[in-house]
Design a protein around this ligand. Structure first.
Ligand code: NDP
Ligand code: 8X3
Length: 250
């Protein structure tokens, strides 16, 4: 029986690249997204291996109903990739749009919780499975304008580690992947469709590619069963962590 990965946010970026990689390795792939046309195009590209699940991760009832009752041989989920998410805006907190804040909390935190809750009971019952989160370096290092996005990814990191504690004594694996600068539609979404501003983020850099992250997902899910990769922080070589900032002359 082929293995099955369920990917939230399979219409673009990391989720799309991971869908392609796992399908090429013989896995069944199911993928969510709001853009149903892109999911249909992926179905045409990958054939029967791919099941499109058009839905908004913020819709609790739809997520619980659809992801908790996947059909036939997809009923059991071997790997859940909790990937759907977004950063919206880069303004200081006092100027941010409250709607953007709501969307980030509802997608990056609550949507991820719903998907996790939909598949976790089955994994625990079968005593196997792997939940992989797309966290971010933003959950480790704050930056100006990151406010709620950074907070949401810090939540993802701590939730992943706490899940490990809840699951101790089972063989269910949990991993938080924490990428840095990576080129996808991420910045186009962050800047509300301003493609020029988005392109300038990557100008003169060699960012992580979606395929790099797909390979990371593949690697963490193909370790020996007695191993759990808790966290993977990945940056391009042109980026590095840095310490606290100092404002002089105050
Ligand atoms: P993209 O914008 O390219 O892809 C985001 C995916 O999430 C899309 O498939 C989108 O689908 C889906 N998505 C967003 N909101 C919803 C929603 N409400 N319901 C369903 N699906 C949704 O970005 P990336 O691939 O770069 O980002 C993937 C994840 O990785 C995110 O969680 C992001 O925070 C994280 N990340 C990104 C980094 C980067 O620099 N690119 C670095 C570190 C982490 P659709 O629009 O069709 O609904
Ligand atoms: C995306 C990486 O540094 O733009 O999560 O927040 S960053």
């Amino acid at each position: 029986m082929p293995k099955h990965i369920l990917i939230t946010g399979a219409t673009s970026g990391f989720g799309l690249a991971t869908a392609r990689l796992f399908a090429s390795e013989g896995w069944l792939v199911s993928g969510t997204g709001r853009r149903a046309d892109r999911l249909e195009a992926l179905r045409e590209e990958l054939g029967e291996a791919f099941l499109p699940l058009p839905l908004d991760m913020r819709d609790k009832d739809a997520v619980m109903e659809k992801l908790g009752n996947l059909p036939g041989e997809r009923h059991d989920v071997d790997v859940l990739l909790n990937n759907a998410g977004a950063a919206l805006g880069l303004e200081p907190a006092q100027e941010c749009s409250l709607d953007d804040w709501d969307t980030m909390v509802d997608t990056n935190i609550k949507g991820l919780l719903y998907a996790t809750r939909a598949v976790l009971p089955g994994m625990v019952k079968r005593n196997c499975g792997h939940i992989v989160m797309l966290g971010s370096i933003a959950g480790n290092y704050p930056y100006a304008g990151g406010n709620v996005y950074c907070g949401s990814k810090a939540f993802v990191k701590q939730f992943s580690l706490s899940l490990r504690a809840d699951l101790l004594g089972t063989k269910v694996h949990v991993t938080n992947i924490e990428p840095g600068l990576a080129e996808s539609e991420f910045s186009i979404v962050r800047f509300h469709g301003d493609t020029e501003r988005a392109a300038s983020v990557y100008e003169g850099t060699s960012p992580i590619t979606p395929e790099d992250i797909a390979e990371t997902v593949f690697w963490v899910t193909h370790r020996p069963a007695h191993i759990n990769i808790n966290r993977v922080e990945v940056m391009p070589i042109c980026q590095c962590p840095s310490g606290p900032l100092v404002k002089k002359g105050m």
